[in-house]
Design a protein around this ligand. Structure first.
Ligand code: LLP
Length: 384
């Protein structure tokens, strides 16, 4: 919640807008809950660094004892610097470069989540050259529709992600010759912002079938990694994600075999609610059908509405007037630079402070310098 007291501080300190405001208490509460619920259900967590790699956020998450899920060497490096242990870092991605692979082998990370046979061959070659054995998990495309936006659906036939089940026989055959790879388990990630929990139940059923497939072939799997994807409630920025339902459902429906551990890679659900993008109203302008509130934050600061038609709750922090309907738009020369259409806000004027909520995940980290704009500033709750 952005209280009147916090708004007053924003005003008094004349903080330059736009900026990301991170409420560390919200992040700590979320981490307390996810840590407790995960350990009750026996989950090992790897925080998906791509959701937010701000160094302070990373260090706080590392201090809770989570591992990290990274998609580039730079993310691995940032995670190591923030205090994550190499032995708890997994490395995913369809296009790991040679240098990234070499660096990760040298850092002795926990596991590469492999997405293709050619990638396995390259990792094997470099591991051999370095005289090491690289641990890998196979990212499998389970063909499960995540029922979320098409750009963040990753486990269907058209997806570039994961190894298709029809190729697994070939994968196992090749693995017997790849002496510098050690297969530790299987990995999945079917999409992001998944709010229908039944999607995870379907995933569990596929995992159970695959487990059978591997055991018939005497292939031992120690790790079952279900990836990330748990959605948050963008309509209610104060609500914690449904961690309990999520972990219990997976534990109920996935048949773990003796000695196996279950891993997950939450990103958005950990950091989403702790961040807000704070912006100032530049102009209020009459349109043909609506009034435009033009704010000083744009799609360069938060691209989610423009890219995924994502909904974020918008609040006017400094007006308590009669409500009116407005389109809230940014200053960028693109029509998609629109945060919301025809929403109710209290009467809004130039200079008002606007909060775009639930922007802690895929917000600051996706900012760009398009139009040669400055990157957004960052303010933490304990700094004001
Ligand atoms: N694991 C893997 C392999 C992933 O690809 C992702 C996200 C995660 C874990 C974390 O998923 P989460 O728990 O955050 O849903 N920029 C988009 C989201 C892209 C997600 C990409 N992969 C957005 O703003 O909605």
């Amino acid at each position: 919640m952005i209280t009147n007291e916090t708004t007053e501080k924003f005003r008094k300190l004349k903080l330059p807008t736009p900026f990301y405001y991170y409420d560390l208490e919200v992040l700590k509460t979320t981490l307390d809950v996810i840590k407790k619920k995960a350990s009750e259900s026996g989950f090992k967590l790897h925080y998906a660094v791509k959701a937010n790699h701000n160094p302070r956020i990373l260090s706080l998450i590392a201090s809770y004892g989570l591992g990290a899920d990274c998609v580039s060497w730079n993310e691995i490096d940032a995670a190591l610097k923030a205090g994550f242990r190499a032995s708890e870092i997994v490395f995913a991605g369809v296009g790991k470069s040679d240098n990234e692979i070499i660096n990760a082998i040298e850092a002795d990370i926990f596991c590469f989540n492999c997405e293709s046979i050619p990638e396995m061959e390259v990792i094997n070659t470099f591991a051999a050259r370095l005289g090491k054995k690289a641990r890998i998990a196979l990212r499998i495309n389970p063909l499960v529709d995540a029922h979320t936006h098409k750009y963040i659906t990753t486990g269907i036939a058209e997806s570039k992600f994961g190894i298709n089940t029809w190729e697994l026989e070939e994968v196992l055959k090749k693995l017997t010759d790849m002496k510098n790879l050690e297969l530790t388990g299987i990995h999945f990630h079917v999409g992001s912002q998944i709010t229908r929990l039944s999607v995870f139940k379907t995933l569990c059923n596929h995992i159970n079938e695959l487990q059978e497939w591997f055991s018939v072939r005497n292939s031992e799997l120690k790790i079952i990694n279900v990836g990330g994807g748990l959605g948050i409630n963008y309509d209610n920025p104060e609500e914690l994600p449904r961690f309990d339902d999520y972990f219990s459902l997976i534990r109920k429906f996935v048949d773990l075999r003796p000695g196996q551990t279950i891993h997950a890679e939450p990103g958005r659900s950990i950091v989403g609610q702790c961040g807000s993008l704070i912006s100032k109203v530049l102009y209020v302008k009459n349109g043909t059908n609506t009034k435009f509130v033009i704010i000083d934050a744009g799609m360069t600061d938060l691209i989610r509405p423009a890219l995924y038609q994502a909904h974020h709750q918008i609040e006017n922090l400094t007006s308590a007037g009669e409500t009116e309907n407005y389109d809230v738009v940014g200053p960028i020369c693109e029509s998609s630079d629109t945060f919301a259409r025809y929403i109710e806000l209290p009467e809004t004027r130039r200079g008002d402070l606007i909060a775009i909520r639930s922007a802690g995940a895929y917000g600051e980290v996706m900012a760009s310098r398009y139009n040669l704009r400055d990157l957004p500033q960052v303010v933490f709750s304990d700094e004001i």
